[in-house]
Design a protein around this ligand. Sequence first.
Ligand SMILES: *Cc1c(COP(=O)(O)O)cnc(C)c1O
Length: 386
Amino acid sequence: MSDGMSTRAVHDPEQRKEPGDPVAPPITQSSTFFTDAKGTSPVRYTREGNNPAQERVERILARLEGAEDAVVVGSGMAAIALSVLSVTRHGDGVVASRDLYGNTRQFFQDELPRRGVDVTLVDAGDPDAWKQAVGPRTRALYLELPTNPTLRVPDPGPVVRLGRERGIPVLADVTFASPVNLRPAELGVNGSIHSATKYLGGHSDLVAGVVSGSREVVEGVRRGLRLYGPSLDPHALWMLERSLRTLTLRVERQNRNALHLARVLEGSSGVARVVHPGLESHPDHARARELLDGYGGMMGLVLEGGGPAADRFMEEVRLALTATSLGGVETLVSQPRHTSHRHVPPEERAALGIPDGFVRISVGVEDAEDLEEDFLAALERVLTEA
Ligand SMILES: *Cc1c(COP(=O)(O)O)cnc(C)c1O
């Protein structure tokens, strides 16, 4: 039987197929389940991540990722926090990439030190920096791939080799790639983390997180799920399961739309730079081409007019919606300087590759020509009113 990504997203080989069974997996809106007199049952209690839908979704995700196992939790941040907490204890250390999602950075810089876990931030693309930062009590190497919002694609190879040599698990937040474009378990990453709120959910209507990877890392997160309790409600699980069935369709369209728009917008008047790993002008284009199956639906647009032009552009788009978050079917635009990076001083932002005219675009599944028209018309209006 063929077993490609799209087939894996639609068919669960372990789902029973007997006359009268529903084709669409049902919601099991129950907190608890019948057991025998001694308390044994295949599923027992939803908060323990122990609900039929949870088990199905985890099985599908592990298969999509090519991973040993997967666990679904209540949000991307829960997935990040539980995976790091499960491998560290007081006195340990974590080495992490400097490019981090805002709340992850806060968790690393404020929360982990309060628990006695030391964090060292390094330049993800510098293998020597990782090596030098690792100490005898380092218990995790952590990176994002691709990074937000500059879409850098650091090479995970040296980090994975270092982790293997020293027996340190490598954890990677690969929310931006989705399993359609990147499956880090195949590269030796021990824990792949997704904010399922984004591409996996894909409709801007649920909040969830996933950790997939080695049995050991996933079991650690499962233990954390039982003890800290950020489990997903059965209804959200059901929506996530439904969303996964169209994951490849959505992401393939988003890959195509984003590349089309990036090419059209690069060189348009009023545009200083377009940031997208599919463009030859992107510093990591060669690595992205090698590593990723698709360049993803995210892009950055840097406007020549700086902050005021970016504000105007956001007011002038008609089809794209101004909102934070990403990965949904609808195209969203946001400005990192007002959202994820609002606490970072302007000079530091510019040094990170996020000058004030930077607009982040999460490209949806609309018709590419309509998005093109919307963005070009908005640019035109920004220019004529400047
Ligand atoms: C959104 C996001 C998160 C946090 O996920 P939530 O589901 O909002 O908790 C973590 N990492 C990345 C890269 C994200 O985009």
